[in-house]
Design a protein around this ligand. Structure first.
Ligand SMILES: [Fe+2]
Ligand SMILES: [Fe+2]
Length: 139
């Protein structure tokens, strides 16, 4: 996937959303690097797996926190935004199950390496408009 940079994502009008996006980028880059090193026989599978677990948790908290804010402030396109999250979670859960079932972390790494494309698209459209709305309501 190559490095993902914070600058590829639109800057959110709401600090909490911006911070979550930046920490998610950091984890994605760490996973990419750790998987690359492991291919070369460096690092451990355990540390990579722990990082992937951290990513899964991070995504779930990321989505849940946005959904909570949208509900709290009656965001009009809540359903559409939540559905985008839910569809991503279906894919994430499927990849996680494949990983655990086959005991093959590469099934998960393949998925993780494809996610930046989704993330950039989602953040720059759906999240951006959501953050603009929320920032006006909250201030
Ligand atoms: Fe987001
Ligand atoms: Fe979102």
């Amino acid at each position: 996937m190559g490095m993902l940079y914070a600058e590829q994502l639109e800057y959110m009008a709401l600090d909490s959303m911006q911070e979550r996006h930046e920490s998610e980028i950091k984890i994605l880059n760490e996973i990419d690097k750790m998987a690359m090193l492991l291919d070369r026989g460096e690092g451990t599978l355990e540390s990579l797996e722990a990082k992937v677990e951290e990513y899964i948790l991070h995504v779930k908290e990321h989505f849940a926190s946005e959904e909570k804010l949208m509900e709290e402030y009656d965001f009009p396109s809540y359903e559409m935004h939540k559905m985008a999250h839910d569809m991503f979670l279906v894919d994430l859960n499927y990849a996680t199950k494949q990983w655990k079932h086959y005991g093959d972390i590469n099934k998960m790494i393949n998925f993780v390496r494809k996610t930046p494309e989704w993330l950039v698209m989602h953040v720059n459209s759906v999240d951006r408009t959501t953050a603009d709305y929320l920032a006006q309501k909250i201030k």
